[in-house]
Design a protein around this ligand. Sequence first.
Ligand code: TRP
Length: 411
Amino acid sequence: METEEVAAAEQVVTPFEVSAPDGAIDYDKLVDRFGCQRIDAAIVDRIARLTLCPPHRFLRRGIFFAHRDLNKILDLYEAGEKFYLYTGRGPSSESLHLGHLIPFMLTKYLQDAFMVPLVIQLTDDEKFLWKNLTIAECKRLARENAKDIIACGFDVERTFIFTDINYVGGAFFENVLQVANHVTLNNLRGIFGTILEDRIGKVIFPAIQAAPSFPSSFPHLFPGNDQLRCLIPCAIDQFCIIGVVSTCQDTARDPYFRMTRDVAPKIGFQKPSLIESRFFPALQGESTKMSASDPNSAIYVTDSSEQIKAKVNKYAFSSGQASVELHRKLGGNLDVDVPIKYLNFFLEDDDELDHIKKEYSEGRMLTGEVKQRLIAVLSELVARHQRARAQVTEEMVDAFMAVRPRPNMFG
Ligand code: TRP
């Protein structure tokens, strides 16, 4: 049933393309049209109550704004049953930008709060098929990206990181086959758009991204626990709302997991639940997409504090008025202002954030001052990431990737 929504979902692209040029995406519309559920205060409170952890700012501020069946996971958790987390990354570039870190930051919080295992899929196969890269390069990038992911602080006793090229086989491949046996080319056309001109490698890939949603793909972790539920944190750009569907190459889109949820009961598994984040804007604003070919469209985890300062000052789209006098009179527009949006993602202190928003929107605070605060916040975050990444050794990567039981993963 859910795959039928996919055809309709493609139409959704247009309204959001239309709304994005004003600099603000209408997330309410998006939730309605995609048929997912909103993350509201009640569900955030419930998570806090169940985990006894203060909610992550991404939850407090509605940055993760939509879900599918998160309540089912929480109901079972309340009744004493655990679940596992699944997320991933397509290793297509050497260094990650801040937008790439967002799902991993929330995943780290969820892992700690719920004390659950996590599997992370690195789709080196996908990037070979989609990007113009050699297999050797995809494998190298997967390992390099694993270091950035590990630097987010995951617990090796609860986390299994795998690359498709190494891990697909055995029980995992059995699930790939089960999925592949239940999806037609017609279903797939609803996900990709046209497929007839595409290479046949791409046709099997959605089944490979679906398989980690099923616990029996990991017999070293979940033996005999085939009904264990799975929660997938992922980013909104994986809805693919920016750009035209036929040119969108990103494969972690919501439609992929709708396909997975469709197939799950047919092959004897629970449907995976999803928790989905807002789009992280390019420095130039929400109407543009961060692009690897334009290093000035994003802040990278490898940027120096000088680069961060220069990029924020020069490129971050500001809604400040043309002159100080005018700004004092009219103030900034919080809905489209990129420094404000970035602070919303990364400034931890709620009171300070509210204060900045108020002062800026009422014209007492100037763009330059907001940018200065943002530069400090991002420089600290990136420097912390760089320190953590420098500590990640090849042995640590091997330990995360080792196919071995994690006996204390639920403890
Ligand atoms: N295909 C995704 C990408 O290009 C990577 C990925 C694989 C993923 N499995 C996932 C992302 C599960 C989110 C959740 O980034």
